[in-house]
Each structure stands twice: as structure tokens, then as C-alpha cells.
Design a protein around this ligand. Structure first.
Ligand SMILES: [Zn+2]
Length: 260
């Protein structure tokens, strides 16, 4: 098994090379670049340079797309804008050499869940077509969501994976918040044919309706996750707690203890 542990967030473009070097010194092997509030790496040359450095240091890059995405909007224009945002991430991701573009696919909007699934699936097929035409290299990774009124149950993401040839992001903190249980076994079973697992993890506060907020990961939680993971896959674990660099380092220490 190869395990790549790292934080969500690279920080500003102008410090990116330095940040990657610091990550490398800390033993961090993955980083998800957060375009959640906008695709902030604007210049192709910056993206190429960051990608080259990450590759050199053995840091696997992924991208988290903007939060303003809803592939099930009632307004056609908003669906188009959502598709464009994902495609723009794929374009920058190609320069960066990022292997996944993670995104929150959409909302139910009190519609029939089957219909919502079909709308999102269709939008994803459109995006895939464009990705192919443009030769973009990152794979789409819709994420399992923590709020029960948001599209992204484990089953829905699995169905997209089966029917659109996309990849996926399993956020186990979200799974816990949505189902009140990590459901490690059932979830991993569904995605067992995939050779690479992209996972988000952190502590989480949740209630009846699911996710409230992310919090620091405890040692026990990281241990639980690590012992549940299969041993025959490439696994990227992105830590999304408020203290993600420290949490990633804690995680690394636990991994060293388990696998050395
Ligand atoms: Zn997310």
C-alpha cells in the first residue's frame, strides 16, 4: 500500500514553492489545493512551476473546486457556470499535474432524488466529454457529503462512479455525520475495484441533519481510519481539520508506528 497524507490547502501562489518544500521536510506527500473560494492560481506558468516542484518532491496534488457549484440548479445558466468552474479546475489541474478535481455536486432542492441523480449524471457526462476533447488530465471526483439534505450519499457517489466513469472522494467525516457511523466496511466494499482511493478526513461535529462543522482529528479517529483501509491500494488522505498541518503530521507518526 502507498499512503499519501497531507493537508487541504497550499496557501498563496507566491509562497507555493516554499510551502511545498516545507511540506516535504515534514514528510507530507499529498496536498489538495483549495479553490473553494475561487480558482486563484491564474497564470499557466505558475501552475506549471508548482506542478513541477510537487512532482520533484513526491507530493501528490489534487484540487478542491469552488463551493459555488450546483449541477442540479433550476436555472440552466447556473448549471452552465458550475460546469465551467469544474472545467476551469481541470484545465489548471492539467498544468499542475493534479490527479483529482474534487467537488460538491449539488443540492436536492426538494426534488425527487432519482431526478436529481439523473440531472447531475447528465451534467457530469457533458463535463467528461469536454475533458476528453480538451485533453485535460485530472479525473472528476464528486464528494460524499455530510448534510442529509445535500446530494452526495455514499450510494449516489458510487452510482456516479459506476455510470459516468468518474472517480470519487470519500469524506469519512461526512459519512459519519450523515449516517452516524463511519460505515468503513460497507463504503470501501462499494469502491473496491478502484485502485486509488481519495479520502478526506477530520474530526466532525454533527446532529440530526448531519454535518455541523469540522474539528481537530483525534488520534483514535486517525487510528480507526487507518486500520479500516485496505492494504492493496494507493490511498491519498487529505486532512480537513482546522489544524490540518499538525493533524497530518500526527497522522504520519501513527502511520510510521503501524507500518514500520
Ligand atoms: Zn469538500
Amino acid at each position: 500500500m502507498s499512503l499519501y497524507f497531507g493537508p487541504s490547502g497550499l496557501g498563496p501562489t507566491e509562497n507555493a514553492i516554499k510551502t511545498l518544500e516545507e511540506f516535504h521536510k515534514l514528510g507530507i506527500k499529498a496536498c489538495e489545493i483549495a479553490f473553494t473560494r475561487g480558482i486563484y492560481i491564474k497564470e499557466k506558468k505558475d501552475a506549471l512551476e508548482i506542478g513541477k516542484k510537487a512532482k520533484e518532491l513526491g507530493i501528490k496534488l489534487s484540487i478542491h473546486a469552488p463551493y459555488w457549484i450546483n449541477l442540479n440548479s433550476l436555472e440552466k445558466e447556473k448549471i452552465e457556470q458550475s460546469k465551467q468552474r469544474i472545467l476551469e479546475c481541470c484545465k489548471v489541474g492539467t498544468y499542475l499535474g493534479a490527479y483529482r478535481v474534487v467537488f460538491h455536486a449539488g443540492f436536492y432542492l426538494k426534488m425527487d432524488k432519482e431526478k436529481v441523480y439523473e440531472n447531475i449524471k447528465q451534467a457530469m457526462l457533458d463535463i467528461q466529454k469536454e475533458i476528453k476533447a480538451k485533453g485535460y488530465t485530472p479525473k472528476l471526483a464528486p464528494e460524499t457529503m455530510g448534510k442529509i439534505n445535500v446530494f452526495g450519499s455514499v450510494e449516489e457517489i458510487h452510482k456516479l462512479y459506476e455510470e459516468t466513469n468518474c472517480e470519487f472522494c470519500i469524506d469519512f467525516a461526512h459519512v459519519l455525520a450523515r449516517y452516524k457511523d463511519y460505515r468503513f466496511k460497507e463504503t470501501l466494499e462499494l469502491f473496491k475495484k478502484s485502485k486509488e482511493l481519495h479520502i478526506h478526513f477530520s474530526g466532525i461535529e454533527y446532529g440530526e441533519k448531519g454535518e455541523k462543522n469540522h474539528k481537530k482529528t483525534t488520534k483514535e479517529e486517525i487510528q480507526k481510519l487507518l486500520s479500516a483501509l485496505p492494504k492493496d491500494k494507493e490511498i491519498v488522505i487529505i486532512n480537513e481539520s482546522p489544524d490540518m498541518i499538525k493533524d497530518s503530521i500526527e497522522g504520519l507518526k501513527i502511520i510510521e508506528k503501524i507500518y514500520k
